[in-house]
Design a protein around this ligand. Structure first.
Ligand code: ADP
Ligand code: MG
Length: 503
């Protein structure tokens, strides 16, 4: 596989009254498995359905109902693990995590504490061209989601919607390797990108299909390196966990606030309590949800309703063999195969659809020019209309056609932009439009010479000025371009203007 070289980003530093501080961050990301059915029942996972309409007896915890593992969900979690270069455990097991909540009818969540399906992996978190953080993944376990309590529909009652109950989640647990708010957001962006490439999670944060618990602590410069060298967590500061974040912006704001809050406590000779906190986006603050003393005792034990999950190496290998090309590999290939800058390659590989579109334009053409047209013209124009690449009114073949016309010298870059707008709004085949509308560039030197001579004859004063100061020759080029309706070959015009002015 192709690989680009990266250096580590500098960790974020905050200077306090007593010196510098650094941040240490670890994330637990809950990603909803893209599956039509739930983890242990055949009920639908469709979002936005009538409340309590997608609930099987086992989801509602009816007496005597037994869970049955949905193989497809397990396959998606294995795919995700392989996409994160993680070890797949052929033997894993489900445990009961016991707690009471009205939207959890079983009174426990089936999860994997002791033997998760996926072990250690890693993600490369891109910060800027040539700079990326390698974040280690500790584990991914599979578990069921809870339902939803609705507190704001009635002043005296709460409602419960069990549609979400039992939907499969992958909990992706990182090591505390993330060193700043931007890195944390970029980590979630990268996980989402990889899962979208794999098709294992749609990454829709608004619908709650991707959410993160963010663990934050602060330490002194050098402490993190000591932790890395020894693996000893105790050299790091006490962490707080900020629950259920579902926006990249809030993740950054919450970390920034939380780090400063902890620094203020420590600089005041206090100590940070390990606690669970909530972020209030209106105030931009985190506040205590529960302290360590109130922490739940989940009384985990192996789920007696399910046998340990045993999967075959052959099955895992078959999944591995069918993985798509993933973002890092695609980006490296775009850089090496098409000669793109890493920045352009990142933009084009942000999602699979854009990458595929670009590759069709670039096929048999100059890669940089294709990238330029897709990024600057097409993406810019789509953004103006708030359209996705999948809804582009222009096809790769049409953009390719425009690029070909420029390459052949039939049209100038400027005319090409006008042509693009016509193709975008009216459709049509670029070469035909150029013919039909007489947009072909004038390369006939005789015609250009005549136009140059006409401009020179009409402007004797400008001629004198330009001869004294050759920089002013550009004015003549502009006039000729105007006179020819922008169709004259600019290079030829330049040469003829210089020659005629004797520059
Ligand atoms: P627990 O055993 O309490 O579940 P873990 O060690 O598994 O705690 O960590 C849970 C999450 O907290 C992980 O994502 C991990 O990276 C993160 N984490 C652990 N220690 C720290 C720390 N000192 N600062 C920030 N995050 C941390
Ligand atoms: Mg843990």
């Amino acid at each position: 596989m192709l690989d680009l070289a990266y250096t580590d980003p500098a960790p974020k530093r905050i200077s306090g009254a007593t010196g510098d501080w650094e941040l240490v961050i670890g994330l637990e990301v809950h990603a909803q498995v893209a599956s039509k059915a739930k983890l242990f029942s055949g009920a639908s996972t469709r979002f936005g359905a009538e409340p309590n309409s997608n609930v099987a007896f086992v989801d509602a915890a009816m007496p005597g109902m037994l869970p049955v593992i949905n193989e497809f969900c397990i396959e998606q979690a294995v795919r995700t693990g392989l996409g994160l270069k993680a070890a797949i455990n052929l033997r894993s097991a489900f445990d009961r995590k016991n707690y009471f909540y009205p939207d959890l009818p079983q009174g426990y969540q089936i999860s994997q504490l002791y033997h998760p399906l996926v072990g250690e992996g890693e993600v490369l978190v891109d910060m800027e061209p040539g700079v990326a953080r390698r974040v280690r993944i500790e584990r991914i376990h599979v578990e069921q989601d809870a339902g939803k309590s609705i507190h704001d529909m009635d002043p005296n009652m709460s409602f419960v919607d069990l549609n979400r109950t039992g939907v499969a989640l992958m909990e992706i647990v990182s090591r505390p390797d993330i060193r700043g708010p931007e890195e944390a957001a970029a980590y979630v962006v990268k996980l989402r990108q990889i899962m979208r490439y794999l098709g294992t999670c749609d990454g829709n944060m608004q619908n709650g299909n991707l959410r993160a618990d963010v663990n934050v602590s602060v330490c002194r410069p050098g402490d993190y390196e000591r932790y890395q060298a020894t693996g000893d967590h105790s050299v790091l500061g006490t962490r707080c966990e900020i629950k259920n974040m579902n926006s990249m912006r809030f993740i950054q704001q919450a970390i920034e606030y939380e780090a400063r809050r902890q620094i203020a406590i420590l600089e005041d000779d206090g100590s940070v309590d390990q606690e669970t906190r909530l972020f209030d986006p209106d105030r931009g603050e985190t506040r205590t949800m529960r302290s360590k003393e109130e922490a739940h005792d989940y009384r985990y034990f192996p789920c007696p309703d399910l046998l340990p999950l045993e999967i075959e190496q052959d099955w895992v290998d078959a999944i591995r063999d069918n993985l798509p090309e993933l973002p890092d590999a695609k980006k490296a290939r775009f850089v090496l195969e098409f000669g793109l800058s890493e920045y352009d390659a990142s933009v084009l590989t942000a999602d699979v659809e854009s990458a595929a579109f670009f590759e069709q334009v670039a096929e048999g053409r100059d890669g940089k020019m294709a990238a330029n047209w897709v990024i600057n013209e097409l993406f810019g124009r789509l953004k103006k209309d708030d359209l996705d690449i999948t809804a582009s009114p222009v096809s790769p073949a049409q953009i390719g056609g425009i690029v070909d016309l420029i390459g052949k010298g039939d049209i100038s870059g400027k005319i090409a932009k006008g042509l693009f707008e016509i193709v975008y709004t009216e459709g049509g085949e670029p070469a035909q439009i150029v013919e039909a509308r007489g947009m072909r560039q004038v390369t006939d030197t005789g015609a250009i010479e005549a136009a140059v001579d006409a401009v020179i004859a009409a402007n004797p004063a400008q001629v004198e000025k330009a001869q004294a100061n050759p920089k002013l020759a550009g004015w003549f080029v502009g006039q000729v371009m105007k006179a020819t309706g922008g169709k004259a070959n600019p290079k030829a015009v330049n040469e003829i203007v210089s020659a005629r002015l004797g520059l």
